[in-house]
Design a protein around this ligand. Structure first.
Ligand SMILES: [Zn+2]
Ligand SMILES: [Zn+2]
Length: 435
């Protein structure tokens, strides 16, 4: 017997069960899909313009992939993964992000043999067991870009940021701003971490940070706890600790962004919660918002952590739910109108059969036909046609069917004309074109 958590209420002996979507997860309803498709299309166009090809990885991956690839001492792995054990004893997790899976796929499929860098994009659901709150879901969708392989050239960092920025621009988000920082490399970061640890050592910090000070000190800089907030201002800046190479790399990224006038601000407190980042890290914010709509960075060490050869890479992921919310609130993003379809009205059983055949003829010529073949009342059908703003209605009555005719009714003017059924597709085409 499997235990369930559906709500049960007893009503007069019979048990009624009502199911809800899991907390923090939601349906994308038919009324919402046109907007989602529009956003997906914009993402696809931007990604493909900049030379990215789509990839999709399994929703489940080996839990170890995320422990190694995201880092044990991160909120994602510590608290937010949906993990399960299969009957065969394997430990799997619903992916909380796609960078580690994409790198896994690159290594597994030998993409290192392709011309470098390999540019991949995705538009995929990820799962995080966070506390649900405004703009945050436990199942969310990410639009992501990854540039894998090649050199650790700052131009790739800039290109990822430019593409992310263009994505939001196409969604009509206004005054989007990029916050950017460099967190150095294996050479210079240890010095900075030492300085940071020294700074925090004898200060009063929250419980989480006491632990982070040992496991992942950089993360003290993005602690939201009010005990820790005021301490950030006095913390040493990582920008003063960068080695010559990291400094040059960061300068390169900023210069490329200046070149195409992408607005950014330096934020030396920005470190990102994930272990695998090196050098460039960035977050993208909507106007007046303090929740990031995209985030990313360089991750030159991730390949080695996942058993691959050292391979430089940089990428970003944008939250689609949040981008849609911000876009709608800003007023620039609108729900697209459905493509107009003609409406086929039928009267009686014989016409219903002939109507089915006629619908197939329209399908072949790419004209969308709406109908309500299950309903027989003429007025109910015409009402539907008007409601869905069909430009034309075809009225198929008993008499017309007998004469192999059909009536074309212009729904705006109300003008009707009977045409031979063999001509109707052509006639409709003509009228839709001139409308
Ligand atoms: Zn460095
Ligand atoms: Zn703290």
């Amino acid at each position: 017997m499997i235990k369930t958590k559906a709500n049960k209420t007893r009503t007069g002996g019979s048990e009624k069960v009502s199911f809800q979507a899991p907390r923090g997860m939601k349906d994308i309803l038919p009324t919402e899909w046109p907007l989602w498709e529009k956003v997906f299309k914009i993402g696809k166009e931007v990604a493909e313009f900049y030379g990215f090809s789509r990839i999709e990885t399994p929703i489940l991956e080996n839990t170890d992939l995320f422990i190694r690839g995201v880092g044990e001492a991160t909120d994602i792995v510590e608290k937010e993964m949906y993990s399960l054990r299969t009957k065969g004893g394997d430990h799997f997790s619903l992916r909380p992000e796609l960078t580690a899976p994409v790198v896994r796929s690159y290594i597994q499929n030998g993409m290192g043999r392709l011309p470098q860098p390999v540019r991949l994009y995705y538009m995929s659901p990820v799962f995080r067991h966070e506390n649900p709150q405004a703009g945050r879901y436990r199942e969310l969708h990410q639009f992501g870009l990854e540039v894998l392989g090649g050199e650790s050239d700052p131009v790739y960092d800039a290109q990822v940021i430019i593409a992310a920025y263009r994505f939001f621009e196409e969604l009509k988000l206004k005054n989007v701003i990029v916050q950017i920082n460099s967190i150095g490399c294996r050479v210079c970061r240890p010095n900075y971490v030492r300085r940071l640890t020294d700074y925090y050592k004898n200060k009063k910090i929250c419980k989480d940070c006491e632990r982070r000070l040992k496991t992942n000190p950089l993360r003290l800089l993005d602690c939201k706890n009010e005990i820790c907030q005021p301490l950030k201002a006095g913390a040493p800046s990582i920008l003063n600790s960068l080695c010559v190479n990291c400094k040059a790399h960061f300068k390169g990224v900023l210069e490329y962004l200046d070149e195409v006038a992408i607005p950014y601000t330096l934020n030396p407190l920005l470190v990102r919660g994930l272990d695998y980042y090196s050098r460039t890290v960035f977050e993208v914010f909507p106007e007046g918002g303090d929740l990031a709509i995209a985030a990313g960075g360089r991750y030159d060490y991730l390949f080695e952590m996942l058993g691959g050869r050292p391979t430089p890479a940089v990428g970003m992921a944008a939250g689609i739910e949040r981008a849609i919310e911000v876009g709608l609130a800003a007023g620039g993003l609108t729900v697209p109108k459905p493509r107009p379809r003609i409406f086929l009205v039928h009267v009686g059983d014989i016409t219903k059969r002939k109507a089915l055949v006629l619908i197939e003829d329209f399908r072949k010529s790419g004209i969308g036909v709406a109908e309500s073949l299950g309903k027989d009342s003429l007025s109910a059908q015409l009402e539907r046609a008007a409601k869905m703003e069909a430009p034309l209605a075809l009225i198929f009555g008993q008499k017309e069917a007998f004469e192999d005719n059909i009536i074309i009714r212009d729904m705006t003017t109300g003008v009707q004309e009977a045409v031979p059924i063999t001509m109707v597709v052509e006639e409709v085409k003509k009228r839709l074109k001139s409308a």
